[in-house]
Design a protein around this ligand. Structure first.
Ligand code: ACO
Length: 311
């Protein structure tokens, strides 16, 4: 009966065990999981664009090979995540339609431009660094297929983070102009990277319920603080300045204090009005349309096979 299945769900969460696709779950738990997983998948797919733009212009064969591998990994992450969403009953083509029509979100961070090659390095260092900080705890998320997908994703993200940092180390050992290019990219990406963690806890719609269901293991502000603490020594080692005059170690708290984030910018970018939102969605829409013949051919092939199987 419903009360028993509900109690079973709550006991499973309470014991830190996983909810699996065939288990009973509250409708709101299912809807929250579909929302978060779909947003996450869309972010991986849209996230291919800012760096993909540099594949043909990478300065050496080695850099091109690394960048190609990285962008392919992102496509792979999107695909595992769409599969995880399908275990909840979501339909992949419906999710793509919702992304293209603006009915579902993707991460704010991918709406910023990548005018220089240093952006590739800074995305690896800061954006993928922030992604790791947010996603490592999701390996313990209560929904089994999501948590398991996250293990491999995190391993690949740490390769992405390291390639970015190594690229920046190389540029920092280069000419004055190259060092300036790195500093300029850091200045542009620092604040948007902090915004990736979402609104402050006091304004976060879903955090309390998602923490209770152990979908999220830490709040947005906790992870943001962890990221700042982790990044400051890396910036020192690299020799760049993080663009925040209020950033300093607070002995009493045992954490870095940092300046006020411009939350109006996050709201603007999330609601579709960031520097590259229109371009990103248009590109995704066109890629989807250009791929229609592949989907049709695959469906025709599958239909032919199932016919001959029956004969
Ligand atoms: N960009 C776009 N939308 C955001 C962002 C952001 N950086 N942060 C929060 N939002 C949205 C939320 O999706 C939510 O919108 P909705 O109710 O319409 O779905 C709203 O703002 C309020 O935020 P929260 O209540 O804090 O939402 P939530 O509890 O889902 O926390 C978070 C947001 C931290 C992003 C969470 O969903 C999460 O951990 N997701 C998985 C990680 C992920 O998606 N990463 C993608 C980028 S990393 C990468 O791909 C390299």
């Amino acid at each position: 009966d419903t009360r028993e299945t509900q109690a079973h769900f709550e006991r499973t969460i309470g014991r830190d065990q996983r909810i699996e696709p065939r288990d009973w779950m509250p409708d709101k738990y299912r809807a929250t999981m579909v929302r978060q997983i779909a947003q996450h998948a869309h972010s991986e797919i849209i996230g291919m664009q800012p760096e993909g733009a540099w594949i043909t212009r990478a300065p050496s064969l080695r850099r091109k090979a690394i960048l190609l591998a990285k962008v392919q990994d992102e496509a792979g992450h999107g695909l595992y995540l769409y599969s995880a969403a399908e275990t909840l009953g979501a339909d992949r083509s419906d999710l793509t339609a919702k992304l293209i029509s603006g009915g579902q979100k993707y991460s704010s961070i991918f709406n910023y431009p990548t005018p220089t090659f240093a952006d590739v390095g800074v995305i690896g260092w800061l954006v993928d660094g922030a992604a790791i900080c947010n996603q490592v705890p999701l390996c313990r998320s209560s929904y089994g297929p999501y948590a398991r997908a996250m293990i491999r994703i995190c391993k690949e993200e740490s390769f992405h983070q390291r390639q970015g940092y190594e690229l920046l180390m190389t540029l920092m050992r280069g000419t004055g102009a190259q060092r300036e290019m790195v500093q300029d990219a850091v200045n542009r990406w620092w604040w948007p990277s902090l915004m990736m963690f979402g609104p402050p806890d006091a304004d976060s719609t879903h955090t309390a319920q998602s923490m209770a269901w152990k979908i999220k293991r830490h709040t947005n502000d906790e992870l943001r603080q962890r990221f700042v603490d982790m990044t400051v020594p890396q910036a020192d080692a690299l020799g760049v300045t993080l663009p925040d005059p209020d950033l300093r170690w607070n002995e009493e708290r045992g954490h870095h204090d940092f300046g006020e984030i411009d939350w109006s910018e996050l709201k603007r970018v999330i609601s579709g009005d960031g520097p590259c939102n229109a371009e990103r969605i248009e590109r995704r829409r066109k890629a989807h349309e250009d791929g229609a013949w592949v989907r049709e051919a695959a469906a025709a092939y599958a239909a032919k096979h199932s016919d001959s199987g029956r004969e």
